[in-house]
Design a protein around this ligand. Structure first.
Ligand code: PHE
Length: 347
């Protein structure tokens, strides 16, 4: 009976104190008042020794109950405070996700690089390597090893920037043909493409002193014109669309025999005739042919054992046609208004 009253008193006073609690610190103080060294409940348990033996069991039970009850109440308040604290924190650190964000300006892919990457992906998927060579080149690799001896008239069509008697800015990526064949010491089969910059003394809306080419070279046993045709057809369809038709016209390059010029059906009008294809329905895409035996010999390959094909394509013209760019100079001025039109998404 006495225990019950005491218990009621303690719980009531605890409940009263807990009403005014604001912080975890307040709670800790109250906890000390009840369960601390000198706390009310602690003091009660010290009285145990004064309790007569036959009542000890009863008293022990009472002590346990009151301890549990006090602890439970304190715990409940602790959890409430914890929850409140978290809510306050969330509230104060909240972010309004409905606010419009600042636009991040992403860089864009230059149309030139777009085409190069597309071609590299395609040819690498067909087992080609991507080769490289110097832009400042010797006359030997740019011309002589490609069956263009000194004084050959074709040199006139490639108005060149010579830096001295023997060196020039390469006029064609075909120089990498010679370099790749020569450096392949075991004279094994070759399958490369080489995108790169080339230079000629030209300057108008469709010609720039600097422009880009992609060279292709395949050398192996039994390579035929059919391989060249199939390869270029795959390339044209992949780059310009599946409906593209490819046409070969006889042509002349000193380093290929036979040589061809390759046209594709106009990808704007589909071949009906429009301003892009100058009403012809065809667009000139590249030069190609079977590697001339003299070129194989000059670079250490036996033409009786090996044959090969090569092609060379202007990148700028292709980009201009594909993206409707009217002047080649846009490709090199780096005008942000021009570049911004090529976003990554469509790539
Ligand atoms: N190098 C030639 C050019 O610049 C293109 C070409 C490359 C032709 C390879 C045939 C074979 O016009």
């Amino acid at each position: 009976m006495e225990n019950d009253l005491q218990r009621k008193d303690i719980i009531e006073s605890l409940e009263n104190e807990l009403k005014n609690i604001k912080t975890k610190n307040d709670l800790a103080n109250i906890k000390a008042l009840y369960l601390g060294k000198n706390g009310l409940v602690t003091n009660l348990s010290l009285k145990m020794k004064e309790i007569p033996n036959e009542e000890k069991k009863e008293y022990g039970k009472f002590l346990n109950e009151i301890k549990n009850e006090v602890t439970l109440k304190l715990d409940l308040i602790y959890q409430e405070l914890d929850k409140k604290e978290l809510e306050e924190k969330l509230e104060s650190e909240s972010i309004d996700i409905t606010l419009p964000s600042k636009k991040i300006k992403n860089g864009t892919m230059h149309p030139f690089n777009k085409i190069v990457e597309e071609l590299e992906d395609l040819f690498v998927s067909m087992g080609y390597d991507v080769a490289d060579g110097p832009e400042l080149e010797t006359d030997e690799y740019c011309f002589q090893r490609l069956n263009i001896p000194l004084g050959h008239p074709v040199r006139d069509t490639q108005d060149s920037f010579y830096v001295n008697k023997d060196m020039l800015l390469r006029t064609q990526t075909s120089s990498v043909q010679a370099r790749t064949m020569e450096s392949n010491l075991e004279k094994k089969p070759i399958r490369i493409i080489c995108p790169g910059k080339t230079y000629r003394r030209d300057d108008d809306a469709t010609h720039s002193h600097q422009f880009g080419q992609v060279e292709g070279l395949v050398i192996d046993k039994n390579i035929t014109m059919a391989d060249l045709k199939g390869t270029l057809e795959i390339m044209a369809k992949k780059i310009l669309g599946e409906k593209t038709i490819v046409r070969f016209r006889p042509s002349y390059f000193p380093f290929t025999e036979p040589s061809v010029e390759v046209d594709v059906s106009c990808f704007k009008c589909g071949g009906k005739g429009c301003s892009l294809c100058k009403q012809t329905g065809w667009i000139e895409l590249l030069g190609a042919g079977m590697v001339h035996p003299n070129v194989l010999t000059a670079n250490g390959y036996n033409p009786k054992e090996y044959t090969g094909f090569a092609f060379g394509m202007g990148i700028d013209r292709l980009a201009m046609m594909k993206y409707g760019i009217p002047d080649i100079r846009y490709m090199y001025n780096n005008d942000i208004r021009f570049l911004n039109q090529f976003n990554r998404k469509e790539y």
